[in-house]
Design a protein around this ligand. Structure first.
Ligand code: CAA
Length: 375
């Protein structure tokens, strides 16, 4: 039985900061951001937008593509930006999508790797329950301390995917190469709003993990580089994926996969699936039945290399114009506003800012997050 991604959609903030603006205020050469790191803009999130509101927007678009949402009996929410150590962010998504009550919902965490874990679990689940569909949502907003080397790689997005049999976008293949190792390259203590990292160690461990996971994938599948038509990488910034690709593959479609990420910034768990959407939307060549390799990396660290076959007629399931418009229609903010967004983020109130989708974080009352329809 073929199981994989039947529908996919993404969402981000309504606001962005140009990295030229950041470079000016941080007294950096913009070329370092644009060429050295490979980023142009970053999505910036107002206080009324969070991992739930963008996840609902992405999920509504993905679910609109299936005939009956009552087939969804599991929702997995992948994130490392959780605001609650107990209640799952997925429950809010379940509520706003009005999914049936007979549905398992839970969050899953392992840095930027978690959505891949969710995808693989969903594949096994659908294999056992062929009439089921699983909604996988990856949603992250990435923040570093101001004036650190991570700052120009900030960003955020949510990707929602429906996993089912006879998928109309991508069939997940059987083999994976996995590499798990205990390393402190990137972490986020519960008492901190921003992630901490060791730049050089993180880049080193990403590339080392790629080598090991890729070899394990080739050994398990008895295949080689020539069996892959292209590769999507976890892309915390464009240059990371370019370095990975130079080391391994020299993928002719790489740049197509990095277009969206260069404009929205790092979206952690969602990042590799933003790359997949960017690749599918922006590659004029027909990718029907092509094999895509995926390198998923979550600091800490777990890495997995796996593959999928693009479904015949996949283009019918895509909305490139809608995705471009969402990015194009974002509003540019000034550096001063960027700083205001960061400081206001801890005390959201009914806000003058716009939401990307139909749900807003209206207030936090008695330590409870209250969501409402956005204006
Ligand atoms: N013009 C053009 N290029 C320039 C330049 C200029 N004026 N100045 C510097 N550069 C180049 C450098 O030569 C360098 O190129 P190479 O990588 O090819 O050597 C590049 O710009 C970056 O410069 P630095 O090495 O000085 O970079 P930095 O110390 O500022 O760190 C970073 C850059 C690693 C991206 C940093 O932003 C960072 O640590 N980010 C957070 C951690 C991270 O994303 N790590 C990635 C792996 S971990 C992961 O993937 C999980 C995750 O999502 C976070």
């Amino acid at each position: 039985m073929k199981v994989g991604i039947d529908s996919i959609a993404f969402s981000t903030s309504k606001y962005f900061l140009k990295l030229e603006t950041l470079a000016l205020h941080r007294r950096e050469d913009y070329e370092k951001y644009y060429v050295g790191i490979g980023q142009k803009q970053m999505s910036v999130f107002p206080p009324n937008e969070d991992i739930v509101t963008i996840a609902v927007d992405a999920a509504q678009k993905a679910v609109a593509e299936i005939a009956d949402k009552n087939d969804i009996d599991m929702l997995i929410f992948a994130t490392e930006s959780s605001f609650d150590l107990s209640k799952s962010a997925g429950i809010y998504v379940h509520h706003f999508l009005q999914l049936k009550e007979n549905c398992r919902v839970f969050d899953i965490k392992q840095a930027c790797y978690s959505a891949t874990a969710a995808l693989q679990l969903s594949k096994s689940y659908v294999m056992e329950n062929p009439s089921s569909r699983v909604l996988v949502v990856a949603s992250d907003i990435v923040k570093y301390q101001p004036n650190t080397s991570g700052e120009p790689t900030q960003g955020g997005a949510a990707v929602a995917m429906i996993v089912s049999k006879d998928p109309r976008i991508l069939t997940l293949e059987q083999y994976s190469g996995i590499h798990t190792t205990d390393v402190m390259d990137f972490w986020k203590p519960v008492y901190k709003n921003e992630a901490l990292f060791d730049s050089k160690l993180s880049v080193y461990n990403y590339l080392k993990s790629l080598n090991i996971a890729l070899k394990r994938y080739f050994d398990a599948s008895n295949s080689s580089i020539s069996d892959l038509d292209c590769v999507c990488y976890h892309a915390p910034f464009g240059k990371m994926a370019r370095k990975a690709d130079q080391q391994t593959f020299r993928n002719k479609f790489l740049e197509n996969s990095l277009i969206y990420g260069s404009l929205i910034g790092n979206s952690c768990s969602a990042s590799i699936y933003v790359c997949l959407l960017s690749l599918l939307d922006n590659t004029p060549e027909d990718l029907d039945e092509k094999r895509i390799g995926f390198f998923s990396y979550g600091s800490g660290s777990v890495a997995e290399f796996f593959s999928g076959i693009v479904s015949r007629g996949y283009r019918k399931m895509l909305s490139p114009e809608r995705n471009f418009q969402m990015i194009e229609n974002r509003m540019e903010i000034s550096f001063e506003e960027y700083e205001r967004f960061s400081s206001a983020a801890s005390m959201p109130s009914l806000s003058k800012y716009q939401n990307i989708g139909s749900v807003t974080l209206a207030k936090i009352e008695n330590d409870k997050r209250v969501y409402a329809a956005s204006c």
